[in-house]
Ligand binder design. Structure first.
Ligand SMILES: [Zn+2]
Length: 255
């Protein structure tokens, strides 16, 4: 997500100091891959207020004789399947400063198939995951599969905005975010909606916990329902754009 006008009185969580651990390296070969990215198209739903910064492509050259083809792109940093860098919400690291070692990491998928669009994934849901699969791996990407990604082709349904302009879609609870960062050493949180925080949030506590702690976020993920809850790895193909608060990303699950 991206929320203009947020003012930070203090930078909690160490001002973006990096967590003192790298994810464990993959220990086995993988035979399956699932693309967790939506194609980035001009009509992909933007964060409200950023409609003028949807994807714009200008053809620079397209020569039929030689086949040479090149475009210039303009878009909001937080568009489509994308990475939230710590600097997006009070941390210090911008996209290029995220270590490469953190971009290949264990993937835990937590499913929240609640009917309530205001549902929040809680600590209970994480403990239920651990009862089935064992302790969440340290240094993981923990991704919320709420079933919301199939709405992405319909911006109104994806934002699910009420008459007052408040969006309604699922997200992480603040307690779950704190548990993942502090108790389980997660390096990243991901979601299949527009924001790690639930749609109706006004103060974005999940962003305020995850990003100032030097961890990163992934939003607008796709196809998490095709990935096992435990045992997969994620490759996060996020370009190292200098100074970026976020970047569109190609995220691949390997298992
Ligand atoms: Zn974002």
């Amino acid at each position: 997500m991206c929320a203009p006008g947020i003012v930070f009185a203090t930078h909690q969580g160490g001002g973006g100091s990096p967590p003192p651990h790298a994810p464990p390296p993959p220990s086995q070969g993988f035979t399956r891959r699932v693309d967790l990215s939506h194609p980035l198209t001009p009509d992909f739903p933007t964060w409200p207020g950023e409609e003028d910064h949807a994807l714009k492509a200008t053809v620079l050259a397209h020569y039929r004789e030689s086949g040479y083809y090149a475009r210039a792109l303009a878009h909001a940093e937080h568009l489509g399947t994308h990475l939230d860098a710590p600097a997006h919400f009070g941390g210090t690291a911008t996209a290029e400063a995220i270590p490469a070692a953190w971009l290949v990491l264990p993937l835990a998928v937590v499913r929240l198939k609640a009917q309530d669009p205001d549902a929040r994934l809680g600590v209970d849901d994480l403990l239920e995951w651990e009862r089935k699969h064992g302790r969440l791996p340290r240094g993981a990407l923990v991704a919320l599969d709420s079933g919301w990604s199939h709405r992405a082709k319909d911006p109104a349904a994806y934002r699910n905005m009420d008459a007052k302009g408040v969006m309604h879609f699922p997200g992480f609870s603040a307690e779950a975010a704190h548990f993942l960062v502090v108790e389980r050493g997660a390096l990243a949180l991901g979601t299949d909606t527009l924001s790690l925080d639930f749609g109706a949030s006004e103060d974005f506590p999940v962003h305020r916990i995850v990003l100032p702690a030097g961890r990163f976020g992934l939003e607008n993920l796709a196809h998490l329902d095709r990935v096992p809850e435990a045992g997969a790895y994620a490759f996060v193909g996020a370009p190292p754009v200098a100074g970026a608060s976020g970047v569109p990303a190609r995220v691949i699950a390997l298992f």
